[in-house]
Design a protein around this ligand. Structure first.
Ligand code: DQA
Length: 145
């Protein structure tokens, strides 16, 4: 069975109450349950973590390639700032799909740049909680290649 790692970055633990006009009212727990249901349907094992700490995310990615076939990540605010997370993805060479609930290109200018996108296989942005499932479908095509 192939393992997939899902990482939720900072403040995504606050989904449901955080800026609902932008992110909707869905909670992280609901998103995670939908991810796990998708994984079961596709007979894949998915581990999910949420962290507000850049170094912790870097550590987890650094250990990931011995265990995981692919990484799905919503780097949240670190999308726009973290050379360290980008370098970790690049270093382990794990196929990575970047996802965002909101359309980062339709928001403030500082969100238009993703430091992660150039080292990811691709990016899904703007489909709310469905971005995660679209990202997982993309991962499926990557790991089955
Ligand atoms: C986000 C978009 C980021 O710009 C923001 O900092 C987030 C969430 C999204 O899922 O839309 O925290 O990654």
């Amino acid at each position: 069975m192939k393992n997939i790692l899902v990482i939720h970055g900072p403040n995504l633990n606050l989904l449901g109450e955080r800026e609902p006009d932008i992110y909707g009212k869905v909670t992280l727990e609901t998103i995670n349950n939908n991810i796990l249901a998708w994984a079961k349907k596709h007979e894949l094992k998915v581990d999910i973590i949420q962290s507000n700490h850049e170094g912790e995310i870097v550590d987890i990615i650094g250990r990931a390639n011995s265990t995981y076939a692919a990484l799905l990540i919503n780097p949240a605010a670190y999308t726009h700032t973290s050379v360290a997370i980008r370098d970790a993805i690049s270093a382990v060479g794990i196929p990575t799909v970047e996802v965002h609930l909101s359309n980062i290109y339709a928001r403030e200018e500082f969100r238009h740049t993703s430091l992660i996108a150039p080292v990811a296989s691709g990016q899904v942005s703007g489909f709310g909680q469905h971005s995660y499932i679209l990202g997982l479908e993309a991962i499926l095509t990557i790991i089955n290649k």
